[in-house]
Design a protein around this ligand. Structure first.
Ligand code: UT7
Length: 338
């Protein structure tokens, strides 16, 4: 008997629900003033961040991710055991292995789902979104949960004022399903990586290059290290460049975009990118003031913010953009379908 190839119907993927979760404990700029030499005015003016949420000891990335996934499932009113796959974007997995996706799978009771983690720092969510979309578009799966989740407080040096003020903990999840015939859903994306920027934003210790030793701990190699100014400039240039290329390739301009949902690393980066694109501020979702940079969590958290504010509606044309450690860059175009 020979194998026969069956033609598949072209299927499009859409986001059908969103959920998010942040731990209740707040770390405000006033709290940070007591920990490092900084002040609320500097942090607010240079980053736009007023407060961030951080976990209590014992709470891990899979806990935030599971809670975001549960909220997402509740909004769609479907049980977890109908999921085909769970994909988690994170740079702060509970542990190197098993994958955080496995821990989320058992926490939410998604019997029958497979999954894995994807590591692309602040671009992790939009990269994972495309991988999930391909599982739907191929016809292989009907329901894929894509989660961006990070406990950045677990890898921050709270004596380094240049990094510890920037990040927070949080998670967001979206459900991907097949679009109806009259729906468009995910349209197009452009992604780029550039490893020449690897040492501008990284956590050098704990991997195969520098396994954990008393020396790596003493040298603070298990914390985030960043050349902030260098990252800032490339972030603005590359997010604008890829977004512009994506719009042009689809015959669109910034005027055709109803809502721009960028990664939330720094309010000044967001505004400078939007200015290059000719995107007015009222079309941008900015919630960095409340959450800081939650790495994998920022874009789905921002989607949830926009939904709760009534700014995200069915039929809108949406642009997502991200930049992060790697370097990793991405831009995604989609139509909102619920
Ligand atoms: O999501 C992943 C990608 N990451 C990013 O996109 C982050 C990109 N970078 C940034 O957001 C910004 O570069 C930072 C917010 C990290 C820093 O802002 P900046 O405007 O680039 O400041 P800077 O690093 O040039 O520092 C300016 C001054 C320095 O003092 P001197 O040398 O001028 O005396 C810093 O020591 O501000 C000082 N400084 C601070 N002062 C008070 C740095 N951090 C602090 C602080 N509080 N927390």
């Amino acid at each position: 008997m020979s194998l026969s190839l069956k033609p598949r119907n072209p299927v499009r993927a859409k986001i059908s629900a969103v959920g998010s979760f942040v731990p209740p404990r707040l770390l405000t700029n006033a709290d940070l003033e007591k920990m490092v030499t900084t002040n609320d005015q500097w942090i607010t003016e240079r980053t736009g961040i007023r407060e961030r949420h951080i976990v209590d000891q014992g709470t891990a990335t899979s806990d935030l991710a599971a809670e975001a996934a549960r909220n997402c499932l509740a909004h769609r009113n479907i049980p977890a055991d109908t999921l085909d796959a769970i994909l988690v974007a994170t740079v702060t997995p509970d542990m190197f292995f098993p994958a955080t996706a496995c821990l989320v799978q058992t926490k939410i009771g998604a019997a029958g789902a497979w999954g894995f983690d994807l590591s692309a720092a602040c671009s992790g969510f939009i990269y994972t979104l495309q991988v999930g979309a391909k599982l739907i578009e191929s016809g292989a799966h009907k329901r894929v949960m894509v989660i961006g989740a990070d406990v950045m407080s677990s890898i921050l040096d709270y004596t380094d004022r240049s990094t510890c003020i920037l990040f927070g903990d949080g998670a967001g999840a979206v459900l991907l399903e097949a679009a109806e015939p009259d729906e468009i859903g995910l349209v197009d994306f452009i992604h780029e990586i550039d490893g020449s920027g690897a040492s501008a934003l990284y956590m050098p210790g704990g991997g195969s290059l520098h396994p954990s030793t008393p020396e790596t701990i003493a040298a603070k190699m298990h914390f985030v290290h960043q050349e902030g100014g260098a990252v800032f400039k490339v972030a603005v240039r590359k997010m604008a460049e890829l977004s512009e290329a994506l719009l042009t390739r689809n015959g669109l301009t910034a005027a055709d975009i109803d809502l721009f949902i960028p990664h939330q690393a720094n309010k000044r980066i967001i505004l400078a990118t939007a200015e290059r694109l000719g995107m007015p501020e009222e079309k941008i979702v900015i919630n960095i003031g409340q959450y800081g940079n939650t790495t994998g969590g920022t874009i789905p958290l921002a989607m949830d913010t926009a939904l709760s504010e009534g700014r995200l509606k069915k039929g809108m044309t949406i642009l997502l953009a991200s930049f992060g450690g790697g370097y990793t860059v991405g831009a995604t175009l989609l139509r909102w379908e619920f």
